[in-house]
Design a protein around this ligand. Structure first.
Ligand code: MN
Length: 323
């Protein structure tokens, strides 16, 4: 959103963008911040003041050049210092299309990244705008607010009416690529990209009006992770934290991802012979210790994310129990 006054422009930006700006103008930051501001920076041709409200004021002869660096670029990449060639003045970088909640959107979300036991599941789901009222009626919302029973019940109906794609990164594979030095952030980026591309294939020739990823990393970093991939979904890709509250496609994706995760945990519990707990607290240490005592340490990699500190804690418990 732009409102022009002579010699200045106001850009409405998200918290993340403002944070990025502060880093970008690090060397020009003023010692004293005006009331209500996050930072102020002064350069020869332009003064920049970012407010807690999300407004960022660019003033001075070069206001336009400077402000343009922060317009939304399609890849969401960090500014290069050059003004963007194509101007899309309706969208500020880090912001979403105004009507996105009512658009036909592919949403994607992941589950399991913080759980010691179990895989990472990523789902991209396509919700056409006509389906939004129905999903709302069903009570589709963030999976974190729903019990497992409710998730299962809702997932069963959602998956019948919505095109989606599920990526499951199983523990053995996870541990294998983690040991090559790949970060969890990169794994997630690869999985989101694959899931999104699969859904796009499924719905072709229809195209989504927007693609919304529940943000787990800065957009620039996300695309950095995808460098070298044969195919990258870039067009109309947006990021937002708490995205399940912005579009039901992300909420539906989060429900389907959690459903897949729950089902996988059931399989693991069956293989273990006792219920496998979620999370990364003391309960999982106990469960892992039990598993090691029953099946041996070499089987653990099929059940858990080995690089978590829980592995050591479980081993300590095993040593205690053996003594
Ligand atoms: Mn998420």
């Amino acid at each position: 959103m732009w409102c022009f006054i002579v010699g200045q422009v106001v850009l409405i930006c998200g918290k993340d963008t403002i944070h990025e700006m502060k880093t970008y103008y690090e060397k020009q930051l003023l010692d004293k911040n005006p009331p209500g501001s996050v930072f102020a920076a002064k350069m020869p041709g332009c003064t920049i003041t970012a407010y807690q409200s999300g407004k960022v004021l660019f003033q001075g002869n070069d206001y336009e050049t400077e402000a343009e660096k922060w317009q939304k670029t399609e890849s969401g990449s960090a500014p290069t210092g050059k003004p963007a060639a194509a101007k899309t003045k309706s969208i500020a970088k880090g912001d979403l299309p105004a009507q996105i909640s009512r658009m036909s959107v592919i949403g994607s979300d992941e589950v399991g990244t913080g759980d010691f036991f179990g895989p990472i599941t990523v789902v991209a789901a396509y919700v056409r705008k006509e389906q939004i009222p129905l999903l709302k009626e069903w009570g589709v919302r963030d999976s974190k607010d729903l019990t497992d029973e409710k998730i299962i019940e809702m997932a069963k109906v959602i998956k019948e009416i919505i095109p989606f794609s599920l990526m499951t990164l199983k523990n053995d594979k996870y541990n294998q690529i983690q040991q090559t030095g790949m970060s969890q952030g990169k794994m997630k980026a690869l999985l989101h990209n694959q899931a999104i591309l699969k859904v796009m294939e499924k719905i072709a020739p229809e195209k989504p009006e927007a693609i919304l990823i529940d943000q787990f990393v800065q957009p620039g970093t996300y695309f950095q992770h995808l460098k070298g991939q044969k195919s990258i979904a870039r067009e109309k890709v947006y990021f937002s934290t708490k995205a399940e509250g912005i579009h039901l496609a992300v909420a539906a994706a989060s429900i389907l991802a959690r459903y897949a995760f729950i089902q996988y945990m059931d399989k693991l519990s069956e293989a273990a012979g006792f219920p496998i707990p979620k999370g990364a607290g003391p309960l999982v240490d106990e469960a892992a210790a039990k598993l090691i005592l029953q099946k041996g340490r070499d089987q653990l990699g099929s059940f858990v994310k080995l690089h978590f500190a829980n592995t050591e804690k479980a081993m300590a418990l095993v040593r205690k129990k053996r003594n």
